[in-house]
Ligand binder design. Structure first.
Ligand code: ATP
Length: 922
């Protein structure tokens, strides 16, 4: 784990320090009055200091107090979860069938139906468990980390290892990992809605408050699960896990998500509606059969039961859930962590992706390439964060840095929080890469941070925030004076300068020319400035941030990620517009955009230009512009709204705490896993584990694949149910007294054959043209008119050979053998239809229909074994009323299967012809 020496700042330690003896933590904890004690007293009572606990002591306390984990909300017990599997209309239909058959004394039927119900429940139970485990492991990938100070060294640890007495540093966007007493704070505001329900952020400070203050008024405390909305704060942990306020009241933010999406719910509703229709239809058949066709009640009950069993797609909801869970797991393996399942479906219909630039489209490995001073310009050699590199002056070659350059380099190194350290021979950065670049520039100029911190100790700082785009620090100088250094975006810094370091007034035209020249190369530009403050000055005031002298500019290169160029292209081919939204300069953004294929290389809109547009004007303008520069979080929300008003489905990335509302508003909010704040992760539907744009493209691809596979499963299963229903209805209406397939055999086909085969579609890889299709229209029905046609067509062509062959062999064979033939013909039809179902419209002709998904071949092989067992094993023969059949009958079944395949492929061919391209929407 990377370690960083903590620079004790006077401001940070204002209330802290002191001896630490006195009583153990628990005596004061019991009084629950941490908020009313002085910070130093709290540290003493917890036997800790601003330097934190030692690693050994932390370990000891962890053993004593247990992990900092909130008690889990009440989970449904396994028994209840198992029983819930029976609470389903589809299962009720089967149970009713069991009761009816029992009533008639058909005990074998009753037994098998009940066995099927039981097996169905067990499978549902296991699969639900697996799916939930998959989701839980994905949630684990999002576990909370905390920056803790131990033995004077700051390190990042898993928040579950925090113990009372740990000193934790938090900044805006962080979720508070435990209950803490504030020991230092700067502009700290915290949203405590999770605890108090109050969504307006409250200010936090180290000063004690009265002992009887209510929870919401304890400004000296931070409570677990609340969110820092701005500023920085350091706190000492007073309670962890179940001892925290939120743990005690048990009002847990339940992270469990239900295993469902709008599509799955729609399918569930569809299946239920179907079950009801089937019941009504069965009743009609019953009446018709009794009065018009003169069947006996016993015969009719059997037929009606068969029909109900045949037509109800019992397996469908479970298979859909598995398909979804497998897909989500696949996405997690590709670094896209889905927090809310419905996002999987929305991803498939995304039409615009709005992406941050830094770190998402670019590598976020920053190096200063150019330095511009009032009277000179230098190029800087050397890459990465190592100190190797030199200053080269155009025309003069390598030079010794002059004093003005040294002062700029010193300013940059001092006005930064990042650390670069050497580990195993290579240089590593801890902190913000932009700052890493200027710290490295300092190293190249000969300044080590440790040395600088000794000669110019920091007294105070205004941290960088994207809103004001600068950072300022106040330092002691070796001669006892005070100096202010500032670095930031050129506009933000120049506005506060009254002249440059050479004593001249700011030459706006010249400097803007320089900035534009740097930005046009795709460089991030930072301005650096300084200001001498009065001696004995101990805090930065607004007046210190005015009248500075401009030291110069640095141009920082942040190369685009190579793989993003292809990902952007893939998105564009898939009908998805990619837009860049960045805090950087418009020319920088445009240049990087041009390298990545985003935008037209000419158009860019700045935040200020955007502010001048009305909503309607923005709606019109947003279409023609793909680069938005100098934008802040409010601009992001307006952009999302404008795009959505145009009917676009928007995915939007974000990292800062203020991005959360825009992510919430977007159709798919995407948070950064590495540099993103907790607040954005919580607002997001999806988190990128690697912060990389390419991962969004992969997620879209997986989202489309999952949706395709769900659709393929439906289009596979429904016709099989249709065929089973027809196999009963047709002979019934023809008043043939012998059923070609018995209710039990139907049950076998329904539960064993169809389900065994359909599961393999969950493993179907993406179709090759997947990312060349336009996005799916949101709200498009699961089953289009074309889909309904496909279901009816396939139902008929699977049923027909089964009925014809049964009829043809009824005389020549015993009834059981003829029925076995019919069952195997139905199974063969399904096997071959499975190969056709692998592609919605593309041809499944060999070889492509038979390779590429091993699961399909495995399932088919398994099914062949099952069918052989059904045909030849005496116990199964007895149970299901089957009988052995000869080879020529198997060949007939095979031929029937091939016939189904040929017909479906011909139908797909015609559909492709009629609709053109990839075929109609299924
Ligand atoms: P993107 O949205 O592409 O990720 P960003 O969010 O990184 O960009 P900001 O961090 O808001 O953009 O930076 C905007 C500008 O602020 C930069 O162009 C730079 O000039 C300045 N800047 C960035 N980081 C710092 C810093 N640590 N200190 C001072 N100024 C900075």
């Amino acid at each position: 784990m990377r370690q960083v020496r903590v620079i004790p700042r006077e401001g940070d330690a204002r209330e802290a320090g002191g001896e630490h003896t006195v009583s153990g933590p628990d005596s004061v904890a019991d009084s629950g009055a941490w908020h009313s004690l002085e910070a130093a007293a709290v540290l003493r009572a917890l036997r800790t200091s601003p330097e934190g606990l030692s690693e050994e002591e932390a370990q000891r306390r962890l053993e004593a107090h247990g992990p900092n984990r909130l008690p889990e909300g009440k989970r449904e017990g396994p028994l209840l979860r198992f029983l819930r599997q029976f609470n389903d209309v589809l299962i009720y239909v089967l149970l009713a069938a069991a009761v009816l058959t029992a009533f008639l004394g058909e005990w074998i039927e009753t037994g098998v139906i009940l066995a099927v119900v039981l097996i169905n429940a067990v499978i549902g139970f296991i699969q639900e468990g697996r799916a939930e485990a998959a989701l839980a492991s994905i949630r684990k990938m999002l576990s909370l980390e905390a920056a803790v100070v131990r033995g004077g060294t700051r390190r990042t640890v898993d928040a579950e290892t925090l113990v009372p007495g740990d000193v934790v540093q938090l900044e805006s966007g962080d979720r508070v990992p435990a209950d803490m007493r504030v020991i230092a704070a700067r502009n700290a505001r915290v949203e405590e809605a999770a605890l108090t329900g109050e969504s307006v952020p409250t200010e936090k400070a180290p000063d004690p408050v009265s002992e009887d203050a209510a929870l919401g008024d304890r400004s000296s405390m931070l409570y677990s699960s609340t969110v820092i909305t701005s500023g920085r704060v350091t706190g000492v942990v007073t309670a962890t896990g179940g001892d925290t306020e939120i743990g005690r009241i048990g009002a847990l933010v339940s992270e469990t998500q239900t295993l469902t999406t709008p599509l799955l719910r729609a399918v569930g509703r569809f299946a239920k509606a179907l079950a009801l229709i089937i019941l009504a239809f069965s009743a009609l058949l019953f009446a018709f059969g009794y009065f018009a066709l003169e069947y006996t009640v016993n015969e009719l009950v059997l037929i009606v039961v068969s029909l109900a069993v045949a037509a109800v797609p019992e397996g469908l909801p479970a298979i859909m859930t598995v398909t979804l869970a497998l897909g989500v797991q696949r996405m997690a393996r590709r670094n896209a962590i889905v927090r809310r399942l419905p996002a999987v479906e929305t991803l498939g219909s995304v039409t615009v992706i709005c992406s941050d630039k830094t770190g998402t489209l670019t590598k976020n490995e920053m190096t200063v390439r150019e330095v511009v001073l009032p009277e000179a310009r230098f190029e800087v050699t050397g890459g990465g964060y190592g100190p190797e590199g030199a200053f080269v002056q155009p025309g003069a070659g390598e030079v010794v840095p002059p004093p003005e350059l040294l002062e700029l380099a010193r300013a940059g190194a001092l006005c930064s929080d990042a650390e670069v350290t050497q580990e195993d021979g290579s240089w590593h950065l801890s902190g913000d890469p932009t700052e890493g670049a200027v710290v490295t520039l300092g190293l190249k100029a000969g300044f080590s941070r440790q040395e600088l911190q000794r000669t110019h100790p920091r007294i105070d700082a205004v941290p960088f925030e994207s809103e004001h785009r600068f950072m300022a620090t106040l330092h002691k100088t070796p001669d006892g004076g005070r100096v202010v250094y500032m670095k930031g975006a050129p506009e933000a810094v120049m506005r506060r300068c009254q002249g440059d370091a050479s004593g001249q007034p700011i030459d706006e035209a010249r400097w803007h020319g320089e900035i534009d020249a740097l930005a046009s190369k795709g460089y991030r530009v930072l301005a650096l400035a300084r200001h001498t403050a009065p001696p004995n000055h101990d805090a930065l005031e607004e007046s210190d941030l005015e009248g500075l002298e401009l030291l110069g500019f640095v141009g920082i290169i942040d190369p685009p990620r190579d793989e993003v160029i292809q990902a952007v292209k893939t998105c564009q081919e898939a009908g998805i517009r990619v837009k860049m939204i960045t805090g950087d300069h418009a020319l920088t953004a445009r240049a990087i955009g041009a390298q990545l294929g985003i935008g037209d290389g000419k158009t860019a809109m700045t935040g200020r230009e955007l502010e001048r547009l009305s909503d309607a004007e923005l709606e019109a303008a947003v279409q023609g512009c793909d680069i938005f520069a100098r934008s802040s979080p409010e601009h992001k929300i307006r952009l999302v709204r404008a795009l959505q008003a145009r009917g676009e489905v928007v995915a939007m990335t974000g990292d800062g705490v203020n991005d959360a509302p825009a992510l919430k508003r977007a159709d798919v909010g995407v948070a950064m896993g590495i540099k993103g704040s907790e607040a954005t992760k919580e607002a997001a539907e999806m988190v990128l584990a690697d912060d990389n744009f390419t991962t969004i493209e992969h997620a879209v691809e997986e989202g489309r694949t999952i949706y395709d596979n769900l659709k393929k499963t439906i289009l596979f299963l429904l016709p099989t149910n249709g065929a089973q229903a027809l196999v009963i209805i047709v002979p019934f209406l023809l008043a043939l007294r012998e059923l070609p397939v018995t209710p039990l055999q139907i049950l076998w086909i329904n539960m064993v054959t169809s389900v065994t085969l359909a599961v393999s579609l969950a493993f179907e890889p993406s179709e090759p043209d997947l990312m060349r299709r336009p996005p799916r229209a949101p709200n498009s029905p699961i089953l289009s008119r074309y889909g309904v046609w496909r279901v009816l067509f396939v139902s008929v062509i699977i049923t027909t050979p089964a009925l014809l062959l049964f009829d043809a062999y009824r005389e020549a064979l015993p009834l059981a053998a003829a029925r076995t033939l019919a069952v195997n013909v139905l199974a063969a039809g399904q096997v071959f239809y499975l190969f056709s179902s692998r592609f919605l419209f593309r041809s499944s002709l060999p070889p492509q229909g038979f390779v590429g998904n091993r699961a399909v071949l495995l399932c088919v092989a398994l099914l062949v074994l099952l069918q052989l067992a059904l045909t030849y094993l005496p116990p199964l023969q007895l149970l299901f009323g089957t009988a052995a059949i000869g080879l020529e009958l198997w060949l007939l079944a095979l031929a029937a299967g091939v016939g189904v395949f040929v017909l479906v492929e011909a139908e797909k061919w015609i559909a492709r012809r009629v609709a053109g391209g990839t075929g109609p929407r299924a």
